[in-house]
Design a protein. Structure first.
Length: 342
């Protein structure tokens, strides 16, 4: 009789629902997907979900819950499972999508996605998710709130500029827009003060921020964002994984000789970290010769400014990770000894 050696619950998380698949692996390495159901992505849904799983798995073998990192929609379930001492793994979306391509699946649905996540969990030896340190969680909340306020401020400034350019501008509207911009700026200043105070109180984080911001073009806020969005690089094993996590990995579209699209970055990663690297990359190509040479070389090759800039952003991110892991400030001579590669 076959003996169960592994149990996995794959969860495709959406804004409103959880599409679930339960699978098991036997001692002869054969796997079986045998239960499917959809639950609401709410607190009551979490309770019903875990109760349902408990009734369809054996208690002697640990159950691993596996899900993709889908923006923020998976976080409530993630913390609920961890609070209940259940084993959880969070997988980068591009890993699942690449794995799904190897399966004989003609159409992609929520159910097929949960099936792929379950199979992936059964076949791979996955790390258990670790709850972020309270400091990094706080920093992430603050940096994301700041980003949202800056986006709103920029939008309001554009509206103000457009209104002022009108032949007959509405002075009342202009006054309200100016007041809104002033209010948003005040909130941004408050958040930046909170960030500085939080970093000042944690000497370990303060030291890491100082090391990371030694990289040319990288300011304190970018360094804080990198640590906050990666939980202090806790689950990052290498630079390639970091590139994938951020969405800087290149995606090719090619089929035989008839279909050949332009390579693009996947963007299936952390958009907050990608966004944070935009301005630093502009500073890097202005003040650091090697990054400037990289940018010019790529620009002359394909003529796409944004593509060349993304390559610089990727190199900056890798350098931030490198100096943090080495706990050594950035050395400008490092680039002379180790030329930047495309």
């Amino acid at each position: 009789m076959k003996r169960i050696v592994k149990q996995v619950v794959g969860i495709d998380v959406a804004k409103a629902e959880l599409v679930v698949c339960v699978g098991k692996m036997h001692d002869d390495l054969t796997s079986e997907l045998y239960a499917h159901k959809t639950f609401p992505n709410t607190a009551k849904g979490f309770v019903a979900f875990t109760s349902w799983v408990k009734g369809r798995t054996v208690s002697e073998i640990p159950v691993r819950y596996v899900m993709e990192a889908t923006g923020v929609y998976h976080e409530s379930l993630l913390y609920f499972l961890d609070d209940n001492k259940l084993e959880v793994t969070v997988v980068l979306p591009n890993k699942i999508s690449n794995y799904a391509k190897t399966l004989d699946v003609k159409t992609t649905t929520d159910r097929s996605a949960s099936d792929a996540i379950t199979r992936f969990g059964l076949e791979r030896n996955l790390d258990r998710w670790k709850r972020p340190a309270l400091m990094f969680r706080k920093l992430k909340q603050l940096t994301r709130e700041r980003d949202q306020l800056i986006t709103e401020r920029t939008r309001t400034k554009n509206q103000l500029h457009a209104e002022q350019a009108e032949a007959y501008p509405a002075m009342e509207s202009i006054a309200r827009m100016k007041a809104r911009i002033k209010f948003l700026q005040k909130q941004i200043d408050e958040i930046e003060t909170e960030l500085k105070q939080a970093i000042k109180q944690d000497q370990a984080v303060k030291a890491r921020v100082k090391v990371i911001s030694s990289v040319i073009g990288i300011g304190e806020l970018t360094a804080v964002t990198a640590l906050a969005e990666t939980n202090g690089f806790e689950l990052i094993r290498n630079r390639r994984q970091l590139t994938s996590y951020t969405g800087f990995d290149v995606k090719d579209k090619q089929s035989g000789t008839s279909v050949k699209g332009k390579p693009r970055i996947s963007k299936r990663g952390n958009r907050y970290l990608r966004k944070a690297l935009y301005m630093p990359s502009l500073a890097a190509i202005r003040y650091e010769g090697r990054y400037k040479d990289l940018y010019k070389r790529l620009l002359s090759r394909h003529g796409l400014k944004m593509k060349a800039l993304v390559a610089v952003q990727r190199k900056l991110l890798e350098m931030m990770y490198t100096v943090d892991k080495a706990n050594q400030p950035f050395d400008r001579n490092y680039l002379k000894k180790n030329p930047v590669e495309v």
